[in-house]
Structure formats: C-alpha cells, structure tokens
Ligand binder design. Structure first.
Ligand code: SAH
Length: 477
C-alpha cells in the first residue's frame, strides 16, 4: 500500500495524518522509525513490520514525530504482552517484542551511536550480554498511593466507579496521576502480595490515600527492596504521624509477611516524595539488607543506591574488571563511584583504588562496605568529579594507571575530559547508561585514546535502555 497523506481539519497549519506507514526500524531511545518522502518519522508504541496511520504532532526539516491513530496491520514480530497494565503503565514498554529482538535493537543502538556520533575506528563489537531473567529482575520498586487514581478507558465507560483510591506507578509525564497496579512482573514476590494486601487493609480500615495536589492523606509511598540472599526490606512512607494507625498497620504487615527482614517507616510531610533528607524509623528487623557479589558483602541501607538488577550489575562489573585487566600493581580511579560497588569489586586486584562521588551518604556507604570487606586499599572522596580532579589531587593520591568511569546519562563534563587527557592513564574503562553521550565523549578522547573494546550489557529487559562498557587505551605518541 502506498503511503497517502491526508490533510485533516480546515485549520491551515493542522499537521497531517499519514496513512499506511510501514515501520522500518527502532532508533535511539527506543523510538520506532519510518521514512516518509526522505524524512525520518519517529512513532512511539510501534514495532518494525507494523503498518499504521500516524497523526503527525511535530514537523521539522529533517524529521517528524507522531502517534499511532490506527494499527492497520500488526508486525509478525509482536508477541502478547505479559502484563495486564501494558500500554497504560509507564514501565516495560517493550513487552510486545520477544526478548531476543529487544537485545538485537539494543545492540544496534550502541552500534548506531558509535558510527554516527563517535565516528571513530571501531573494533569488533561484542554481542550484548542479555539478562538471564527478562522479568522479575528488579531489586527495588517504589509504589505511590493516590486518592484519585487514573481511570483506564474501560473504567471511564462505567458510569459510577466507586473506589477512586489506588496504589501503583505514575502515568508517564503526569506527576499527580497514579495507575492502580494489581500485578507487576518486575520484582519477585512478595512485591505484589504486599502491595495488594496494603490496598485491601487500607480500604477495610478506611485509611486515607495521599492527595498530591492538596498535600493531605495518610498513606503516601511504599518501597520494597530485596536481595539475592533472600533479605527483604519494606519502607512505608506516611503523610501524617498517626501513631496508632501506623503501629496497627505495621503489626499486621509483619504478621502477614514474616519474610520481611527489615520493616521501616518514614513520616513525610514535605511537598516532594524523596526520603533522602528524612529520618527513617525502625519498626522491626534489621535496619539494612545484605547483598552478596562473589566473596563481597554489600550492606544496603534504606537510602543507599544499589544497581536495580543485581545479577546484571555483576555482569557489568565483571566486564569492567576484565577490561581493566589489573595485575595488582595499578592505581585505579573509580569516578562517579556511587556506593563504591565497582571500586570494592576491583580492589583485590589493584594496588589502590580511589573512588569519587558527589553524594556524601553514598561515600559513607562505600567506606562502610570497604571496612566490612576488610579492603584496606580503597579511599573514597566526596565531591564533584570536575572540581576534585586537579594536580593536587593526583599528587596526593597517585597518578592513575586505570580510570573507570560510570557517569550519569549526561556523560562527562568537558573539564573532566581535559583532566583525563592530562592525567594520561594507560586505560580508561567507560561504563555508560547512555550510548549517545558515551559516543560523544569517545570522539573527544579519540586523539589521545583508541577505542579497543565494546561490550553492551542489558540491565533493563522490557525497556529500551541499554548499558555499554568500552575500553580505551592511550595512544603511543
Ligand atoms: N558506579 C556506581 C554508580 C553509578 S551511577 C554503581 O554502579 O553503583 C552515577 C553516580 O554518579 C551517581 O551515584 C551520582 O550521584 C554520581 N554523580 C553524578 N554526577 C556527579 C558528579 N558531577 N561528580 C561526582 N559524582 C557524580
């Protein structure tokens, strides 16, 4: 069928509806892509092989964006999504793709970024390391309570839905709209059992659900964290300090879920949801959970950051360690170290490891974990990487032989790039959650560093996100 352009409405600048568009590929950020009259068209919620009518919402010289109005033909690649909330919930947007295809598209995103943005000589790119569990892989989920939950289309057609309270996830890009979740396949049980039990308990006991616009209501958030060692932390966040109601609820939860090893709670009367600046109160069990990686033990407190897919974090760190190829003699820097998981993971193969991270609490966790594991050769310093790295710092801590980097999505600040070139380590191992900024930084380093190895890793099945590790080696001048 040829693509046909129909002008809808009378308004002069109304953007067109394009009919019978065949989706060809998946591009960066997981957007499906088609080509219409030499222009690229990006469409969410479509997969290669779909034939769709697309309402254009943005039109530029080189590209267009739109959304699917009608699915005319569905791609043979599609499978039935596992979750009943697929399509409305913001998570797991790739459930309609078999995991094998998700991995292919992720691999391709990394290759595209390196070819189009880095534009450097490419080594052979290793096949992506997939996650053994493509569901139930998360070790942390955060649910939000709302007294005005999002109604699905079917519910909108029922005239009098009685219960307007819900607990679940945010509707994408809407801070005040919560989708009531009755099943989620991202975290192993008892995540669903606890959340669903709480909803029933709250409704039976007439407890109020939070209203984020008015800032009132009792039940606010629920955080569930688990580890591969079988430990389970539950943090209940209340919008009001109602002593008896809190005690009753937590007692009942403890009785119903004896597998909880750490039961904590927080009173949050602030406007925002973060608990990082609030006191975490103890109800029962330990105040932390323990994770294990090889011979290392990691202590995870209620506010500690830990990679959300533990099994794949192990794969990722193993790749970083293999690329660093340490012999025991090297001074290693772990920049953007978080709670020092990579630093501590490579410490037994290095002379000394220096971790830098700008959240002071994460640095405290990193130090505690180094102590717990009797690692005497790690140092952790709190500060912004671009301010910390200077001549004094290198003089004090020793010039690095290897630098491992794991920056946030924005990638490296140009000052950091300059300091890397100036410090001139033999190797740079760059771990990234954004292949586009990583590719940009590889280009900036290219005069001094050659791209030697590339290994994509999938930390987040059912989403378009991809992690990539590269090894850069100093060029001999
Ligand atoms: N490598 C760690 C954490 C990586 S996440 C792990 O695997 O667990 C990136 C980390 O960089 C976060 O902890 C964030 O707080 C930190 N960060 C972000 N910008 C920073 C900056 N400018 N200087 C130092 N640390 C920064």
């Amino acid at each position: 069928m040829p693509a046909k352009i129909i002008q809808v409405g009378r308004k002069k600048n109304k953007l067109p509806l394009l009919e019978n568009i065949k989706i060809e590929n998946i591009a960066a950020e997981g957007k499906a892509l088609a080509r219409v009259n030499e222009r690229v068209l990006f469409v969410p919620m479509a997969v290669p092989g779909d034939i769709v009518d697309v309402q254009i919402s943005k039109k530029k010289n080189s590209f267009m964006e739109g959304y699917v109005k009608t699915y005319k033909e569905l791609s043979s690649m599609r499978i039935k999504p596992k979750c009943k909330h697929f399509g409305t919930c913001g998570g797991c947007k790739w459930q309609m793709l078999p995991y094998k295809n998700q991995l292919e598209f992720k691999q391709q995103q990394v290759i595209d970024a390196l070819q189009r943005i880095a534009k450097v000589e490419l080594p052979e790119i290793c096949p992506i390391i997939g996650s053994e569990n493509d569901y139930y892989y998360r070790n942390k989920l955060e649910y939000t309570f709302s007294n005005k939950r999002w109604f699905t289309e079917e519910e909108m057609n029922e005239p009098d839905v009685e219960n307007t309270a819900g607990v679940g996830f945010h509707i994408p890009k809407m801070f005040d709209k919560i989708l009531d979740i009755t099943e989620c396949h991202l975290q192993a049980e008892p995540t669903n059992a606890i959340r669903n039990w709480l909803r029933t308990y709250a409704l039976n006991n007439k407890l109020s659900f939070y209203n984020v616009r008015m800032h009132e209501g009792f039940l606010r958030n629920l955080i569930i964290r688990n580890t591969s060692t079988g430990e389970l932390m539950v943090i209940m966040i209340f919008g009001k300090n109602e002593h008896d109601q809190i005690q009753n609820l937590l007692h009942q939860m403890q009785a119903n879920f004896p597998q909880i090893t750490s039961l904590l709670y927080v009173i949050n009367q602030k406007k925002n949801d973060t608990i990082n600046d609030l006191e975490v109160l103890h109800f029962a069990g330990k105040n932390h959970i323990m994770e294990k990686m090889e011979e290392l033990n990691y202590k995870i407190g209620p506010k500690s950051f830990y990679q959300t897919n533990s099994a794949q974090a192990y794969q990722l760190y193993s790749v970083a360690r293999e690329f660093a190829a340490l012999t025991g003699k090297e001074i290693v820097y772990d920049l953007y170290s978080g709670t020092g998981t990579i630093a501590n993971f490579v410490a037994h193969k290095a002379k000394k490891v220096i971790g830098v991270e700008f959240i002071p609490e994460a640095i405290e966790d990193a130090k505690e974990n180094a102590l717990l594991n009797e690692l005497g050769n790690t140092i952790f310093i709190a500060g912004d990487t671009k301010d910390v790295l200077n001549q004094d710092f290198f003089d004090t801590n020793g010039n690095p032989d290897v630098i491992i980097l794991d920056p946030p999505r924005a990638g490296l600040h140009t000052d950091v790039i300059k300091m890397l070139i100036w410090a001139a380590p033999q190797k740079i191992v760059y771990v990234s959650c954004n292949p586009a900024t990583q590719a940009r930084d590889i280009a900036l380093l290219n005069e001094n560093y050659k791209l030697i190895k590339v290994q994509p890793v999938d930390m987040f099945p059912q989403t378009h996100h991809v992690e990539n590790v590269v090894l850069l080696e100093k060029r001999e001048n």
